[in-house]
Design a protein around this ligand. Structure first.
Ligand code: TYD
Length: 215
């Protein structure tokens, strides 16, 4: 086993089933006898959770996109310093519900913030640190919105939301195409049993590779 722990992140649009995926991944890691820290973004620390409340609370009335971006990275800087890096340093694994791919997908692809601006903050805040493995829970936007219980009346806001999440989904899929070795796309539109089987397989393989190296 490597001395340093592994960093795994779960991504996807709203309604993709990240929460269920988190518990499936955690089950596999704990069953393998590996120490695990489970956390989320924005959040994961007292300051981060306060920032989460601000970020999500002001979502409806809108927020200047650069302010939103900077708050996301402020929360991330604190999270890395007090929670993620110390855990990885002692060999624990960290499983995080969303990380910087969310920023590229939501602030970048979704809201149109320039990628260069996000990349500058990413390198400032993270240095070389990047997840070892990311599971992207992918499904059609209409199904995601339906599962998230957000499909009530097909009003103007609903159409805006649909278009926004289409851009977010495409942003995620682009990252997956560019970094196929890190990002595994899980088809989350399938029945839960099939999704569970694929996730278990992916994580068990990943544990094996970390323990014994690639075949
Ligand atoms: P999530 O944890 O999925 O909460 P919920 O259960 O309320 O959907 O995500 C919180 C929101 O934060 C989600 O809409 C995506 C957004 N987000 C960003 O826009 N950028 C980021 O960098 C992160 C980490 C999250």
């Amino acid at each position: 086993m490597n001395d340093r722990g592994a960093f795994i992140t779960i991504e996807g649009i709203d309604g993709a089933g990240k929460t269920t995926c988190m518990s499936m991944v955690a089950e596999c890691i704990v069953a393998a006898g590996i120490g695990l820290v489970q956390t989320r973004e924005p959040g994961g620390t007292p300051l981060g959770e306060d920032l989460r409340t601000l970020l999500l609370g002001h979502r409806d009335e809108g927020m200047f996109s650069d302010a939103e971006l900077l708050l996301m990275f402020a929360a991330r800087a604190e999270h890395l310093a007090v929670r993620i890096l110390p855990a990885l340093d002692v060999g624990d694994w960290v499983l995080c519900d969303r990380f910087t791919d969310s920023t590229y997908a939501y602030q970048g692809a979704g809201r149109g913030v320039s990628e260069a601006r996000i990349a500058a903050l990413e390198s400032w805040v993270q240095g070389d640190l990047c997840p070892n493995l990311t599971l992207l829970m992918d499904l059609p936007v209409t199904l995601g919105l339906e599962r998230a219980g957000k499909r009530s009346a097909p009003d103007r806001f609903e159409h805006d939301a649909q278009a926004f999440f289409e851009r977010v989904r495409e942003g995620y899929l682009r990252i997956a195409r560019e970094q196929p070795q890190r990002v595994r796309v899980v088809n989350a539109a399938r029945p839960l049993d099939e999704v569970r089987a694929e996730i278990t397989h992916l994580i068990d393989d990943f544990i094996e590779i970390r323990r014994h190296g690639a075949a």
